[in-house]
Design a protein around this ligand. Structure first.
Ligand code: AMP
Length: 595
């Protein structure tokens, strides 16, 4: 299949922000793609060679791409750099520079998707000495045979900035349209995706083996399962009502979520964003290997850093120190050892437990985990009254936890992979009272700083996640809570995500100085949620012509463990807005009663 055919579709996709139109273009593409190529085409469209949990990256820096471009165009590197400086997008730069020599390349062969993908794969595989040369050679040869539009795609892809703005859910929609179109087909496809986190694989199985195979899709060890997420509520009464009068209470540990895959003593750890984090936590992997009594298992739990001298649990920020670390892993593991609190089991020796009710899952968990100092099973209680629920909440907090997770034990209390629902409800101490709860927001842009902050960013533009539309809607500018050191580092931290225009999945009326691919999640605290005409979060829902905004937002932490789709949703912000109003009204009523 010619690369040109793919690029034509990408151009159409780039020309729209409407999810329905994108879905139609993608469905057409899926239909005309040969079966054996579909997995590759899906991955290319997502800007990746393989799903993110494999950790495989092309590893081409901008400098290297510019060098290949210069060689192919027969111009100096300096000239490419200057053009790039002016245009600010390496794809457009490649297109411009290579259109000048287009008529010269009489001997070039049209590019096929097979060849381009193979070239990308070879670049990804090249490591160690000589890797740079191999990458330059392959990339130059691709540029040599590319027309300007194709060069734009290649340049953006290799540096990781394809930014078509297509989310996983849109691809699932398109697959469903292309393979039948019914709601039922869509549900099966999504379930298969939730079980393997690999859309390319789902597409391949669909194309090669059909929907019947997708209906029977099975979990595989090594493919992370998309995590189940919790809703939140703000009072014990509401929680018990939602859970039909009985709550399975677990401590809510303040660490990072870890999904563990075990096969014959080999242990892999995946983060909540489905990255393979085994190499950052070798101690945790070893401790779990020693504690699991099963040949194959997938369990979930929270990794919490503890003080090595006292055993006291430390807050999330401490375990976050160990994430993303490539060096000194062993030393840091001694300074900040991590206890793993298992809270769920999804698979054991060929049996899928995701559709089994919670109590049965817990029973299985206790059978396959032999508790040690480092691997424990989460503490649980049963609450049938709000007094009990409040009592367990205080108990959890005084034991160093964030609050409690209240889980359903009804017959339908399955593990809802990839979904947020009321089968799990989080209840944090801080919900009570003023808006003391924090929000996890996605950085979508930035404003240049002035005065002391000149040369860095003065504020970031933050957004909440709109689940319905699968996009990010702005909610506040965030300029407080950063240390001077943090501030200095901001442009560097966000550099890999810089793009010259507002991202296709971003919805805001604000004009930022710099735009980002929505990737980085920050935890933000604020005084209040207010109505504002400036922001698009929940626009028009509470009041016509107004969205929701945060008053006095300030940074709490970088939530490197969360993906943008796991940020606080607009629905949650609206719920927080109402519950804050309720608290204020109740407080006012109390004052009236007391006076
Ligand atoms: P939040 O990050 O505030 O949305 O809360 C959900 C997170 O709480 C989960 O993703 C887990 O990382 C964490 N957590 C801590 N303890 C538990 C537990 N007992 N059950 C489920 N999740 C837990």
């Amino acid at each position: 299949m010619r690369l040109e055919e793919l690029i034509e579709v990408y151009d159409k996709i780039e020309g729209t922000t409407k999810r329905i139109e994108m879905t139609c273009y993608l469905a057409d593409l899926i239909k005309k793609t040969p079966k054996n190529l579909l997995e590759k085409v899906i991955n290319l469209t997502l800007g990746q060679l393989y799903p993110p949990f494999t950790g495989v990256e092309i590893g081409v820096a901008e400098k290297l791409a510019m060098k290949a471009l210069a060689i192919s165009a027969g111009v100096s590197e300096k000239m490419v750099e200057e053009e790039y400086g002016k245009i600010g997008d390496l794809g457009e730069t490649a297109k411009k520079i290579l259109s000048r020599k287009a008529q010269l390349s009489l001997f070039s062969e049209p590019l096929t998707i097979e060849r381009v993908y193979e070239g990308f794969e070879k670049m990804a595989r090249a490591t160690g000495q000589g890797a740079q040369d191999i990458k330059i050679r392959i990339l130059t040869s691709l540029f040599n045979d590319a027309n300007p539009q194709e060069a734009k795609f290649i340049a953006r892809f290799v540096i990781g900035k394809l930014r078509l703005g297509i989310a996983d859910m849109t691809i699932l929609d398109a697959l469903a349209v292309a393979f039948g179109g019914s709601k039922e087909v869509r549900e099966y496809i999504e379930r298969a995706y939730n079980l393997c986190s690999d859309i390319g694989k789902v597409a391949r199985v669909l194309a090669e083996e059909g929907i019947d195979r997708i209906k029977k899709f099975r979990i595989s060890i090594g493919n992370p399962i998309r995590p189940m997420l919790a809703e939140r509520l703000t009072s014990a009464e509401e929680i018990l009502e939602k859970l039909n009068g009985v709550a399975f209470i677990e401590y809510k540990y303040d660490g990072i979520r870890i999904q563990v895959h075990v096969r014959n003593g080999d242990v892999k750890l995946f983060s909540r964003r489905l990255e393979n984090i085994t190499s950052q936590f070798p101690d945790v992997a070893k401790n779990i290997r020693d504690a699991i009594i099963a040949r194959e298992a997938i369990i979930e739990g929270e990794g919490v850093a503890v003080n090595p001298d006292t055993g006291e649990m430390l807050p999330f920020q401490m375990v976050a120190h160990r994430r993303g670390r490539k060096y000194d892993v062993e030393e840091v593991a001694k300074e900040l050892p991590v206890v793993f609190f298992a809270f769920d089991v999804l698979y054991v020796d060929g049996v899928d437990y995701t559709l089994t009710p919670l109590l049965k899952r817990r029973e299985t968990l206790t059978k396959i985990v032999r508790e040690t100092d480092w691997v424990r099973i989460s503490t649980h209680r049963i609450a049938r009254t709000s007094d009990d629920l409040e009592k367990y909440m205080s108990e959890a907090v005084s034991n160093g936890c964030e609050g409690i997770m209240c889980k359903s034990i009804q017959n339908d209390s399955i593990y809802q992979a990839g979904a947020r629902g009321f089968l799990w409800i989080k209840y944090k101490r801080s919900y009570k009272g003023e808006l003391a709860d924090t929000l996890d927001l996605v950085a979508i842009g930035a404003f240049y700083g002035k005065g002391k902050r000149a040369g860095s960013y003065g504020a970031l533009l933050m957004a909440a996640y709109d689940e319905e539309e699968d996009r990010f809607c702005s909610i506040c500018k965030l300029g407080s809570g950063f240390t001077d050191e943090d501030l200095q580092k901001l442009p560097e931290i966000f550099k890999p995500y810089n793009i010259p225009h507002k991202h296709a999945r971003v919805n805001t009326n604000m004009e930022a100085d710099v735009w980002f691919i929505p990737k980085i999640v920050l935890e933000v605290k604020a005084d209040e949620i207010t109505l504002s005409p400036l922001h698009t979060c929940g626009y028009g829902i509470i009041k016509k012509d107004a969205g929701l905004a945060l008053r006095f937002p300030r940074l709490v932490s970088f939530r490197i463990d969360k993906s943008p789709e796991q940020a606080t949703t607009i629905k949650e912000v609206i719920e927080m807005y109402y519950s804050q109003k309720k608290v204020v009204t109740e407080a006012k009523e109390r004052i009236v009663e007391e006076t």
